[in-house]
Write a new protein. Structure first.
Lengths: 495, 916
């Protein structure tokens, strides 16, 4: 038997995966860097800048908090050559793993493991000297997994705090596995239950709060979830704390392990299904920071879209979201890879560039630096991308960033649509299950070439729909920069 | 192989996940109990298909049909037929009452057994004769199980893999059709005989269908204790002991000593001593030996010990030493022998363990094998009536054993001589498939297997020899069916954990998901593991995955060793060409080390490296990789892990084959991957990757105070440590609003929290740590005799409000005690022989309470020591300055120095100095 024959035997059936060539990729196609460049800051020697949170300061500096409990002020953060021209000055130290920063009225609000605090420099020497506890309404017990992530201020002046479970599986202390809102007056409102291991918080353009959740118990894959007040996000480990959250009503029914999310969501009214799943590991393994482009076009043509980071894969994804049946759902699309460390916090600067912090301590990352601070800026060139994915009763409306080539875009063979679901279960993660293939029946290109109406059958409620647009070309005969989009179809629109 | 392709297509297409297999267990229509259970038949062949004889051939081998009906000796080639248990020492393994019951009606006593009923319709005397014959091969002694180990035994039974094939006796739900039945174990085995069986099942059942789970002796005892927990035996003490006190460097001459105490003991138990150092013990008991031959005695002790049998020293483990082992051998005749074990203890650890082994007796504790000591009360429940073998009956039984067919399946050697079978059955090829054993109601004198209709049909279809040799692929699949490998593993989309057994697979690393608990995918395993490792895993079993609780059992090389070659052929991976390097190999390995280390892919965040724990999950030891794995597989795997282990958490470090490391070998993936392989090829002697292990990160206060907010040992999860330039330090507990620790010298090492995930509490780095007791700093007391409250600050309504930094970065902690605002500021003072701490507490309140007290010190003893100082336990001292006089009081069993807080208008101030 020849070796080639042996290999084909090996690859038959189950392992039908083409092994990637062990070599260097060819670089003729357009690449992400043509459109979005990444600039790297160089903190002074000895500074371990494991970025946990970022905030834009009124004096034009960027505040960077670290997992080691320090806060640095970066001056001249929008320099063309940040490695040379941006300077780091320590503003505070001795804090407990700061994963939230928000500025208001002279105070920098910092979310530490055990409390939300606000700090300021009262004597103007450039170093914080006032550290006030705003809320310590939750508890910690010394377990490393009990992280606390803090948001920016929402439209009502609240800071949201998302609290990881104890040790990944249990809720040993008050409000572990919850999202709380801390009001301007310090009043604490337990807002959502069912969290497991958040990786970041952020709002969409409308100001609704979202968080990223990580694959694990009751989470088949990482996901972006809407923190709708009163909702239960799916992991019941922390639901005993409903007794300490009387205003939130009775404890929701316990989900059944081993079923499907939408079956349980239909049964348990409080259970809010994830808005967007990130199929594992194609769309990362540890969803992290969230940032929304409200730059008014300075970041390119993705105005009002959200971006989500991934710590393991050191990349950032783009979100196309809509409301169906009154609930958020939508698609994730690869956006930019190649960050230097594990992506954690993300912040849009006023010039429309995105500042991205990284760390890979404790969890490895594709980007091999132990920590990093970078800035992603638009080069002014528009990539050929799927702009938006909208679900229709019988398929999808796809919009593009540039006109498509009518011939390839109208050819149903240019598209592939497959679906899968996850087991909603108490044990860790889930394989992709219930796979189906959809038939692409018709692809109708709009006269302006900016959108395609795709008739696909049958759609699967509760499934992630993977749309692969390998064959579509732009009017300039360029393939899509990213040909895959993953749409979470919790609900199929009625019209 | 039509049977398998049918099954594969009947299963939902296995997506991409190790554990998807969990849900592919074929649901088998449960027939009424009463058929021999062969798991592979139940799972894959219980619904025979015309023209497919695979299931029938499986049964021909598993029911051992060809032992009587000569034909192909491996009907399911290459799987050798399953030999029935070896009965050489059946009497020493199985209790007489069980033998009698089981022979009389095997299907009733052990439903699902593969043993046919040979005696139906024969006179009762025949059963009796066979019982006497089998009992002549040895005897069992009932001893009490180790009740303390039952819990551990249950855990082991439920986790190491027993439940892959067996049902859990603790479960209320009815067993799955594929569950291999277990007899009434307490009726069948003694504690010792079941322990011995579990330690080495292959010696009694050589065909490997019951593989060895590589239990350690204590684990086998624990599992036996669990499985026999219904067995209630009262054992009389078997040893007379004498206890002596004195100081020796070796065993004393006991004849010249007078014992301090004496009595009876159940075992060689050092607890017979009345203290923990400088004593000696002498134990005496009687060992009755059934068979003459060499016997070995094993001593393990700290300190010295010695064993003598019939006055002759057999093993000498004398002297002062840590736990050491000595063994010795002696020949013993059949009959009773006096055993004396002596032991002495100097200081430190005290341990004594005595074991023995002999002809037909695997190594086991000696004490439980001894006869009751003289003078011991007879137990209320007699452990076992000693069965007396009637030689005439045994002779008759021996003849029956040969003539009625027992010897055709069971090996039974007496003094090395086999009891020969007298076959009188037709060759397999001459059978018609509808009579004899395969008749719906087998006639008397014919073995009755209690076969189901499906089994009879399957067998009938497999009587003719196979027309051709199986292909390698078929040979592998057949082996995996016969040995029930599919109970745990998926290969080529077949098999895997049945849904009903899914819960039995657990992990110590839950966050690894199914990958951490479900045994690995076998698709491609022959291209993955090296020949030597594959052979080792099959022959010896394995436990390479530290996080997985199920163990790969030992099936025995003779049983499954034939898998190695076809697996290698079928699974071969296309070789990866060796890239050319311009630099010498040591430079290549250095590059590999860099890639593995924390400056690049940081493999150590998940993978162990020798004794270095990983930062997160504890995945397989990197130094084992090149020993286990083939190079071609490894090089392809690290580039695309998902292609080989769908769903694995292992990230793709070279996504799409592209390097992320431009600086190493010009970003050339193939050289980078090869360099990692070459580096790891050094195995345990490879240089430790960068970033493994923890370098200390000492925090030092130079000119200003350093703060460290983290989990501090003794100060809680919300601790705030403060290091002062004067080299005095403190930790404040922000949860309980109290000063928790003060110490001198170095401040703290942050490396525990600043490397890896930061698990756990860190104590001070310096010296002379003074730990203050729990409890609030201030309390409202109705009078100065009321106990200091024990409630948590939040329960009392008190709140931490943060801190402000005063001069030189020193914090003043802010908190509210009800309506009193406290500013709690400490500074370190140098100058004396050691730095001291001066603490100033400023209180303000718009409604000053009259019942507020400050607790300045707690100890066993507090007394004034001049100039306003108080000495606490004579070890350290405090001085308090306030507007009221401190009170020394006794409260709740301790001494306290408390200060009533006196407000001046809305303010009060207390200053406390600590010198320690």
């Amino acid at each position: 038997m020849s070796l080639a024959r042996l290999l084909s035997v090996l690859l038959s059936g189950f392992l039908a995966v083409i092994l990637p060539a062990l070599g260097r990729a060819d670089d003729k196609r357009p690449v992400e860097a043509d459109y979005y460049k990444i600039l790297t800051y160089e903190p002074p020697a000895g500074v371990v800048l494991e970025a946990g949170a970022l905030e834009w300061m009124p004096d034009g500096k960027v505040a960077v908090s670290t997992r080691r409990g320090e806060i640095y002020m970066v001056s001249n953060p929008l320099a063309d050559d940040p490695a040379k021209d941006s300077k780091f000055v320590r503003f505070a130290h001795g804090l407990h793993e700061v994963l939230g920063l928000a500025y208001r009225d002279g105070w920098l609000y910092v979310t530490q493991r055990g409390e939300l605090s606000r700090i300021k420099d009262s004597d103007g020497d450039g170093v914080a000297d006032r550290f006030e506890t705003v809320s310590d309404a939750w508890e910690i017990n010394g377990d490393y997994h009990e992280y606390a992530f803090g948001s920016k201020f929402d439209r009502d002046g609240n800071i949201w705090v998302a609290l990881c479970l104890t040790g990944s599986f249990t809720s040993e202390n008050l409000f572990r596995g919850w999202a709380l809102r801390v009001g301007p007056d310090g009043k604490v409102t337990p807002t959502c239950s069912g969290l497991r291991s958040p990786g970041g918080l952020g709002m969409n353009a409308e100001g609704d709060m979202f968080y990223t959740e990580n694959q694990g118990p009751w989470n088949g894959a990482c996901a972006l979830k809407h923190l709708k007040p009163g909702s239960f996000q799916g992991n019941p480990s922390g639901n005993k704390w409903y007794e300490s959250a009387k205003d939130l009503g009775p404890r929701p029914a316990e989900p059944k392990s081993g079923g499907r999310m939408m079956v349980e969501a239909d049964r348990i009214p409080e259970l809010l299904p994830p808005a967007i799943y990130f199929p594992y590991p194609k769309m990362g393994q540890s969803a992290s920071g969230i940032a929304c482009d409200t730059s008014g076009g300075k970041f390119g043509v993705f105005e009002k879209q959200m971006f989500v980071g991934d710590q393991s894969s050191s990349f950032i994804m783009r979100i196309s979201m809509e409301k169906v049946a009154g609930k958020y759902q939508g698609a994730c699309i690869p956006f930019r890879s190649g960050f230097a460390s594990g992506v954690l916090p993300m912040l849009f600067a006023p010039d429309g560039s995105m500042i991205v912090g990284g760390t890979n301590r404790g969890w490895g990352s594709r980007g091999q630096r132990p920590f990093s601070l970078q800035r992603m800026a638009w080069t002014g060139k528009i990539p050929f991308e799927v702009h938006d994915v909208h679900a229709r009763p019988d398929g999808f409306d796809l919009t593009f960033t540039k006109p498509v080539d009518p011939k390839t875009a109208a050819d149903v063979a240019s598209y592939k649509v497959g679906t899968h679901a996850y087991i909603y279960q108490a044990s860790y993660g889930s394989p992709e299950v219930d796979q189906t293939e959809c038939k692409v029946e018709r692809a109708t290109v709009a006269p302006d070439g900016m959108s395609v109406r795709l008739v696909v059958g049958p759609l699967q409620r509760g499934h992630v729909h993977t749309l692969t647009l390998d064959g579509v070309r732009s009017s300039e005969n360029v393939p899509l920069l990213h040909a895959d989009a993953y749409y979470t179809m919790n609900y199929i629109p009625k019209e | 192989m039509p049977g398998f392709s049918r099954i594969a297509s009947a299963l939902p297409m296995l997506a991409c996940w190790l554990a998807a297999s969990s849900w592919t267990g074929r649901s088998v229509a449960a027939e009424p109990p009463g058929r021999p259970i062969v798991p592979g038949f139940e799972r894959f062949h219980s619904d025979p298909v015309a023209g497919d004889s695979t299931g029938g051939r499986l049964l021909l081998g598993e029911l051992n049909c060809t032992a009587c009906h000569k034909g192909d000796d491996a009907p399911l080639a290459p799987v050798a037929r399953r030999q029935a248990p070896i009965l050489d020492r059946a009497g020493a393994r199985v209790k007489v009452d069980h033998l009698r019951a089981f022979l009389s009606d095997p299907h009733a006593v052990k439903p699902g057994t593969t043993m046919p009923d040979l005696l139906a319709g024969r006179p009762k005397d025949d059963v009796d004769a066979l019982v006497h014959f089998l009992a002549s091969t040895g005897s069992t002694t009932d001893t009490a199980v180790n009740r303390k180990a039952i819990g551990q035994g249950k855990t082991l039974f439920e986790q190491v893999g027993c439940l892959a094939c067996h049902a859990n006796p603790a479960s209320k739900s009815s067993p799955l059709p594929t569950s291999v039945p277990m007899a009434d174990l307490a009726g069948k085995y003694s504690y010792n005989s079941l322990t011995a069986f579990l330690l080495d099942p292959l010696s009694a059942r050589p065909s490997g269908r019951m593989p060895a789970l590589n239990l350690k002796p204590a684990e086998a005892q624990a599992v036996a204790s669990y499985l026999l927990k219904e067995l209630r035996v009262e054992t009389p003490p078997s040893l007379a002991y004498r206890y002596y006190e004195g100081e020796w460097a070796e065993l004393p001459d006991f004849d010249k000593l007078t014992p301090v105490a004496s009595g009876l003991a159940e075992g060689f138990d050092v607890n017979a001593a009345k203290r923990h150092s400088n004593y000696a013990l002498r134990f005496e008991g009687t060992l009755e030996v059934d068979r003459a031959g060499p016997y070995t005695f094993h001593l393990a002790s700290d300190d010295g010990s010695k064993i003598a049998v019939d006055g002759k020293v057999v093993a000498d483990n004398d002297g002062v030493h840590p736990n050491s082992k000595k063994s010795g051998r002696t020949r013993l005749d059949k009959g009773k022998h006096k055993v004396v074990v002596t032991f002495f203890q100097g200081g430190g650890e005290e341990e004594l363990e005595v074991e023995y082994e002999g002809p037909g007796i695997p190594r086991r504790p000696l004490d439980s094998a001894l006869l009751p000591a003289e003078g011991a009360d007879r137990p209320k429940v007699v452990a076992a009536t000693r069965f007396v073998v009637d030689e005439a009956k045994a002779d008759k039984g021996r003849a029956l054993f040969a003539s009625i067919g027992c010897a055709s399946c069971h090996q039974l050697k007496e003094d090395g001589k086999m009891v020969e079978a007298r076959p009188a059955s037709k060759p397999l090829a001459d059978l018609k498939g509808d009579a004899g054993c395969l008749a719906a109601n087998p006639p008397a004198g014919v073995p009755d297997y209690d076969l189901s209709t499906a089994q009879r049909q399957a067998l009938a279809s497999a009587l003719k020899p196979e027309p051709r040799k199986p292909t390698d692929r078929e040979a592998i699949a057949r082996t995996l069916v016969a040995f029930n490998c599919y109970a745990c593993h998926v290969r080529d989309g077949i098999g895997g954990v049945e849904e009903g057994r899914n819960e039995a697979f657990a992990t110590t690393q839950k966050e690894m998901g199914d990958e951490g608990r479900i045994p690995p995918l076998l698709t491609g395993v022959g291209g993955k593991l090296t020949s030597a490792w594959l052979k080792h895993v099959l022959a010896d079993g394995a436990k390479d995955r530290p996080y997985m609780l199920a163990r790969m059992p030992k099936f025995g090389e003779g049983n499954v060793g034939h898998l190695v070659r076809p697996l290698e052929v079928v699974d071969a991976v296309e070789p990866v060409p060796v890239p050319h390097f311009d630099v010498p190999e040591r430079r290549v390995k250095a590059a590999g080390r860099f890639i593995v280390g924390s400056q690049a892919f940081n493999c150590g965040s998940c993978h162990q490296f020798k004794e270095y724990q990983a930062a997160g999950i504890q995945a397989l030891d990197m130094t084992l990789m090149t020993k286990r794995l083939r190079r071609d597989w490894f090089l392809r795997y690290v580039v695309d892990p998902q292609a080989f282990r769908p769903g694995t958490r292992m990230p793709a470090a070279w996504p799409g084959g592209k390097s992320q490391l431009d600086a190493v070998f010009d970003g050339d993936t193939s050289r980078q991957v090869e360099s990692v392989w070459l580096y790891l090829s050094d195995g345990p002697s490879a240089a430790v990757p960068y970033g493994l292990g923890r370098d200390p990160i000492p925090l030092v206060a130079e000119k200003e105070a350093v703060l460290y907010r983290n989990f501090i040992q003794g100060a809680g999860p919300r601790a705030i440590g403060v290091g002062y330039p004067e080299k005095a330090n403190l930790a404040f507990d922000a949860n309980e609003l109290r000063l928790a620790l003060i110490w001198q010298g170095a401040f703290i090492d942050a490396s525990k929290h600043w490397t890896g995930r930061g698990e756990g509490f860190q104590g001070p780095l310096g010296d002379n740590v003074l730990t203050f007791p729990n409890g609030p700093t201030f309390a409202m007391l109705s009078n100065d005799t009321e106990d200091w409250p024990r409630k948590k600050a939040k329960e009392l309504g008190d709140h931490f409000r943060g801190y402000k930094l005063l001069g030189a970065g020193r914090p003043a902690f802010l908190y509210d005690i009800r309506n009193v605002r406290v500013e709690d500021f400490s500074e370190a003072v140098s100058g004396g022989e050691a730095p001291t701490i001066k603490r100033t507490l400023d209180l303000t309140s718009d409604r000053p309470p009259g019942d507020l007290y400050y607790r300045a010190a707690v100890g066993r003893k507090i007394e004034p020591s001049g100039e306003g100082w108080y000495a606490i336990d004579g070890e350290w001292k405090v001085r308090v300055s306030a507007d009221s006089k401190p009170i020394v009081r006794q409260s709740a069993g301790q001494a306290e120095l408390i200060v009533p807080v006196k407000f001046n208008g809305d303010k009060a101030r207390i200053v406390e100095e600590y010198a320690w």
